[in-house]
Design a protein around this ligand. Structure first.
Ligand code: THU
Length: 127
């Protein structure tokens, strides 16, 4: 199994853990760290709506909370091949840089990248 298939499988497992009682739209994500470890996440919705968190951010933040610093690929699984939201694109850019992103759903996988999804991203410079 190549790393793309492995990441998609992990994201699909996480998708089944999603708590999406409001949208019923389950999302799973898995990020491959430079260490070789994989961290998965699912979306978790809130009755206060805005405190919902997306699968991509759960996966990336969990990896960082476990000491990971660099990432080499990300997979996202939805029922229809949906793309990451704008907030997640910014987080992917800041925490992962320009990495391959596999979007899987509806029996198809599309490969894209951070910069393809978020061209000319905001980067904070303290100078
Ligand atoms: N969602 C994600 O998990 N990732 C995205 O990038 C887009 C949206 C979730 C949030 C919410 O729980 C549901 O999908 C519908 O918006």
């Amino acid at each position: 199994m190549n790393h793309q298939e492995m990441l998609i499988n992990r994201a699909r497992q996480a998708q089944s853990m999603a708590k999406a009682p409001y949208s019923h739209y389950q999302v799973g994500a898995a990020v491959l760290a430079e260490s070789g470890a994989v961290y998965a996440g699912c979306n978790i919705e809130s009755g206060a709506y805005s405190t919902t968190i997306c699968a991509e951010r759960v996966a990336i933040f969990t990896a960082i909370a476990n000491g990971e610093q660099g990432f080499t690929a990300l997979a996202v699984v939805t029922r229809d091949g949906g793309t990451p939201c704008g907030s997640c694109r910014q987080v992917i850019h800041e925490q992962c840089g320009d990495i391959p992103i596999y979007l899987s759903g509806n029996g198809e996988t599309v490969e894209t990248s951070t910069l393809e999804m978020l061209p000319n991203p905001f980067t904070f410079r303290d100078d």
